[in-house]
Design a protein around this ligand. Structure first.
Ligand code: SAM
Length: 251
């Protein structure tokens, strides 16, 4: 597979070339980033990035893979930190948005159209493999993790961001799953802490919880960070709306 900078190439392994394929997130592509521009959305976005950064400790010039990269939020974030990034997603429309953003920001990121159940990379290619809010939407999370481990170098790590099943957001999205058949959550699976740990027990390292406040109680960014710090100490980790798991591929 040839990968070109700032463009995406089709990697249609699981569906026929002539079929008109509509990926679940195609319909969200144009509006996906809008939420991050609202005051609460922007707070959540910074908190998630901080947590992902603290946990993954990205280093300049490392090779990173962003699984289910969507509109490229994490891909761009990693590129800004000097990593050599490849993003892969099944939605052409989300990828188109990611390409536009990378071009505007003058970042060189390789975006690939493909299914993350079958990664088009040799074994041990990447230092860091990211998957933010993706595992909830795939058919076989175990297979995705197995593939992620295959393409991770020995000594590398996988960092996965997930919605906390029993949290404020988990319940909000579970409600959409129940009541809105057109929602992207209609077939989503939300993971409990126990389930996350069993995804790949051999390499599982740790879970880091975060995001303890709801949209209703958000007033301003400063207070939100203070509340977040306070609650981190007091609340149970299952109340965290965003959880990040880290898997280390031992040498
Ligand atoms: C909620 S979005 C997350 C996007 C991005 N990671 C972020 O943090 O904003 C989930 C993404 O996973 C992608 N996705 C779902 N199943 C996939 C699959 N089997 N292969 C590749 N991408 C997939 C969707 O197209 C969508 O862009």
């Amino acid at each position: 597979l040839e990968v070109k900078n700032g463009t995406f190439l089709s990697y249609r392994r699981n569906y026929r070339r002539k079929e008109k394929y509509m990926a679940l997130f195609d319909k969200s592509a144009l509006t996906y980033d809008e939420w991050c521009q609202t005051p609460f959305g922007s707070f959540v976005d910074s908190l998630e990035k901080k947590l992902l950064f603290d946990i993954s400790r990205p280093q300049k010039e490392e090779k990173a893979l962003d699984l289910g990269c969507g509109t490229g939020i994490s891909s761009l974030f990693l590129a800004e930190h000097g990593l050599d990034v490849v993003g892969i997603d099944i939605s052409e429309k989300m990828l188109k948005k990611a390409c536009e953003k990378a071009r505007k920001q003058n970042r060189t990121i390789n975006f690939i159209h493909g299914d993350i159940h079958h990664l088009p990379f040799p074994d041990e290619t990447f230092d860091l493999v990211f998957a933010n809010m993706v595992l909830e939407f795939v058919k076989e999370p175990d297979q995705v993790l197995t593939e992620a481990l295959r393409v991770t170098k020995k000594g590398g790590r996988i960092v996965i961001g997930l919605i906390g099943k029993d949290s404020y957001f988990g319940k909000l999205y579970a409600d959409k799953k129940e009541n809105d058949p057109d929602s992207v959550f209609a077939h989503a699976h939300f993971f409990s802490f126990a389930e996350i740990e069993t995804l790949s027990q051999e390499y599982f390292t740790k879970i880091y919880p975060g995001l303890y406040i709801s949209q209703e109680e958000f007033t301003d960014v400063q207070k939100a960070w203070e509340k977040e710090e306070e609650r981190k100490e007091k609340l149970d980790q299952k109340d965290a709306s965003f959880i990040v798991g880290r898997w280390d591929k031992h040498l």
